[in-house]
Ligand binder design. Structure first.
Ligand code: PMP
Length: 395
């Protein structure tokens, strides 16, 4: 019998992964996956850029390269926030960024504060480093800073992981006032914030809010003194298959990340980084506009249909951007994981909410993605889901 490590023993199959398998049936309208709309990928532009790179610089594109990442790409990312390139580490998706940050920052039993609910992939990435997750009190505007302040009076925490803008899974956004308050409270209690921002650019309503990183820089202009580390990714705005993302923050952290990254995979694929670099000036802003507008239309159809069709007492968030909305059923006794089989019978799927809670609660919640289905499919799928929910509530 091969002895599995303790870290691996703590890894269990992800609920999302299991469900995605079922929902790949073509007759199922799936609101489950967090998959960007594939028909909007800039395929032709990626093909042209690839041809150009392989014609002009084949050796650079196909050879081993630096662990830190392709310098022109790092320089562009760094410039967005007035950083130096050595304050940016390129990663293979921000999922790898989360894993490497776990490796570099978390000792066993360190307290990691997370939203309630939070991104399941972050819980999975950090878990092998054996932190103690503590859920924060949240409401429709995200983390409640006064409650955090209270919690930190009796609790010594090292890290706070948050997706402040169009959160996965709820779609909600931390308000401008709370961003400032969160920074103030975490600074006072010496907590480092990991700000994960994959959806930041995908706003379809309202005004852009500054990131926590930007706000922190306004108060503490030396980036090496910040208590915020930010993750960004090209997955949602270009294509997730390119697996290109980054971590930015104080050099003390980035220097260690470089070493962790080197041990993990030497570097992210050079060709992909060069392709993305070619797309930054023209294609990226165009894509952001196209994707945000399409997601905005789909979100409207979903939210309006949910409001018109779901039984009384069911609540749903109404996001200003991103890919997800979050449904809470009125009866805490209804288990959405258990209800999923009935939904799939009706040819519709969602992600049960419970795995997104570090505490394991939230049985009566679910995450719906509005981005991978057409507007007609969204109408049909929401009608089917409302029949399933009505059936459960009547039981
Ligand atoms: N963080 C959050 C909040 C996400 O929703 C996702 C994608 N589901 C990721 C990180 C990982 O994205 P990627 O690895 O594709 O950059």
């Amino acid at each position: 019998m091969i002895a599995i490590s303790r870290a691996a023993q703590s890894m269990t199959s992800s609920a999302i992964r299991e469900i995605l398998k079922i929902t790949q049936r073509p007759d199922v309208i799936s609101f489950a996956g967090g998959l960007p709309a594939p028909e909007l990928f800039p395929t032709d532009e990626i093909r042209t850029a690839t041809d150009r790179i392989l014609t002009d610089q084949p050796a650079a594109a196909l050879q081993y390269s630096t662990t830190e990442g392709h310098l022109p790409l790092r320089r562009w990312i760094a410039e967005q926030d007035g950083l130096a390139p050595d304050q940016v580490q390129i990663t293979s998706g921000s999922q790898q960024g989360l894993d490497l940050l776990g490796r570099v920052l978390i000792d066993p039993d360190d307290v990691v504060l997370v939203e309630s609910p939070t991104y399941l992939g972050a819980l999975q990435a950090f878990s092998p480093y054996r932190p103690r997750f503590v859920e924060l009190i949240t409401d429709d505007d995200g983390i409640v800073p006064e409650a955090l302040d209270d919690q930190l009076r009796t609790l010594s925490a090292k890290l706070l992981y948050t997706v402040p803008t169009f959160q996965n899974p709820t779609g909600r956004t931390l308000s401008a006032e709370r961003r400032q308050a969160l920074l103030e409270v975490t600074r006072r209690h010496r907590v480092t914030i990991i700000e994960d921002g994959p959806y930041n650019e995908l706003r379809f309503r309202g005004e852009r809010l500054p990131t926590l990183f930007e706000l922190a820089l306004a108060d503490t202009p030396d980036p090496d003194e910040l208590n915020v580390i930010k993750l960004g990714t090209f997955s949602k705005v270009l294509a997730p298959g390119l697996r290109d993302a980054w971590v930015q923050g104080p050099r003390a952290v980035i220097d260690k990340l470089v070493l962790a990254k080197q041990a993990a995979d030497l570097h992210s694929p050079t060709l992909n980084q060069m392709i993305i670099t070619e797309l930054l000036d023209d294609v990226l802003p165009r894509q952001i506009k196209i994707i945000s507008e399409a997601y905005g239309r789909r979100a409207r159809v979903m939210i309006d249909n949910v409001a018109a069709r779901f039984p009384a007492g069911v609540t749903c968030t109404d996001p200003d951007g991103g890919m997800f909305c979050w449904v809470t059923l009125p009866d805490a006794g209804i288990d959405t994981a258990e209800m999923l089989a009935a939904a799939v019978e009706e040819c519709v799927a969602y992600v049960p909410g419970q795995p997104f809670f570090a505490s394991g609660e939230g049985n009566n919640t679910m995450r719906l993605s509005y981005v991978t289905s057409s507007e007609a499919e969204i109408e049909t799928g929401i009608a089917a889901l409302s029949r399933v929910i009505a059936g459960r509530l009547a039981d």
